[in-house]
Design a protein around this ligand. Sequence first.
Ligand SMILES: *[C@@H]1O[C@H](CO)[C@@H](O)[C@H](O)[C@H]1NC(C)=O
Ligand SMILES: *[C@@H]1O[C@H](CO)[C@@H](O)[C@H](O)[C@H]1NC(C)=O
Ligand SMILES: *[C@@H]1O[C@H](CO)[C@@H](O)[C@H](O)[C@H]1NC(C)=O
Ligand SMILES: *[C@@H]1O[C@H](CO)[C@@H](O)[C@H](O)[C@H]1NC(C)=O
Ligand SMILES: *[C@@H]1O[C@H](CO)[C@@H](O)[C@H](O)[C@H]1NC(C)=O
Length: 362
Amino acid sequence: MFRLFIALLALALASTVKGGCTAEISSLDDVSAAASCSTVNINSFTVPAGMGFNLQLATGATVNLNGNVQFGNKSWSGPLFTVSGESITFNGNGNTFDGGGPFYWDGLGGNGGIEKPAPMMKIEISGTFSDVVVVNSPERCYSVGSNPGPLVMSNLVVDDSQGDVPNAQSNGLPAGHNTDGFDVSTTNLIIKDSMVHNQDDCLAINKGSNIVFTGNTCINGHGISIGSITSNVTVSGVVISDNTITSNVQALRIKTDATATGSLVTNVTYSGNTGTGMLQFGVLIDQSFPDTLGTPGNGVIISDINFSSSESKIAVNSGADQVAVNCGSGSCQGKWNWADLTVTGGEDGPITNFTGIENFSQ
Ligand SMILES: *[C@@H]1O[C@H](CO)[C@@H](O)[C@H](O)[C@H]1NC(C)=O
Ligand SMILES: *[C@@H]1O[C@H](CO)[C@@H](O)[C@H](O)[C@H]1NC(C)=O
Ligand SMILES: *[C@@H]1O[C@H](CO)[C@@H](O)[C@H](O)[C@H]1NC(C)=O
Ligand SMILES: *[C@@H]1O[C@H](CO)[C@@H](O)[C@H](O)[C@H]1NC(C)=O
Ligand SMILES: *[C@@H]1O[C@H](CO)[C@@H](O)[C@H](O)[C@H]1NC(C)=O
């Protein structure tokens, strides 16, 4: 009886606690067995077209990406890669996930043309996710929406640079479109020391709190964004620091839907960011999305948006606006300390419906 009890206990433990096994993944056939192992090694392989690589991990598991993973090309909804689990250590080792972007890119992104798998990389872990290179995401790249605890993402590369130029399918448009680097709707997230070269937002925070974006480089896209903000969501406690933004449409932006109601964007601190070659705006805070500087709505309250701690220096191109703030009536609130913002080049830009910006003049 006692022996039976011990045997059953051992069996129960083996299935819940990580077994100490090491799983080798060299095809999708190996993925389900990896779910109970403490170490998971991913070798080079190609995921069959139209299928997702969905990696569910035991608590505390370590993943080593030991080779490059390609995804077969087929029009479908995605995502291409999903990883979930608690207290995970994901080591990319500089290896690559290749989304096959040029196969899909038609200049239209999610707005038309063929259906493109998106997001490419769905991250649902707590712990760390580092040293991964993604090339050629068909559309949006990383989506972080349900990490079960604090998550640090670092030393990542999203390289969609091939999408900057037209291809045979894009009718003269840049081939890549809607290739967001990081789409974030979550709490307790740090993204740092990463590089995004793309054709849409480097970062877009749609909701959540306690989010840090620091030491990253954003090339050629639409800058570091909060929004667009829809109805009934809160964004609070965001730090955007020490990033380098090169040749983006705008460097730093908050955009709220003109029709949104019941939402709040508060406690956002920008410090030590450097921007050069902005095409349209240095800083853009706009409550008229999807228009730009159109008729603003006032159903999203924006407060406590500061440039502090260390100087953010942004240079815009000639013809661009340095700073544009387009608030709905009464919906930008309180005092905002912009003592540590310097924008050069271009023209001043409009600041409408708000007089609470302190220590900054243009
Ligand atoms: C998918 O197509 C792209 C663009 O032609 C190509 O670079 C990539 O190698 C293809 N992927 C596979 C798995 O064949
Ligand atoms: C927002 O919340 C309000 C109040 O609960 C509700 O009436 C409204 O339908 C919600 N709007 C959206 C777009 O979810
Ligand atoms: C603002 O956000 C920071 C970072 O998340 C947090 O430490 C701080 O307590 C927040 N301040 C307020 C007044 O909520
Ligand atoms: C101020 O807000 C109101 C209401 O949202 C809007 O109609 C108006 O256009 C705004 N004023 C300016 C100068 O943008
Ligand atoms: C932002 O600046 C305002 C005005 O100086 C200040 O009252 C507020 O505490 C600051 N908020 C943060 C999060 O630093």
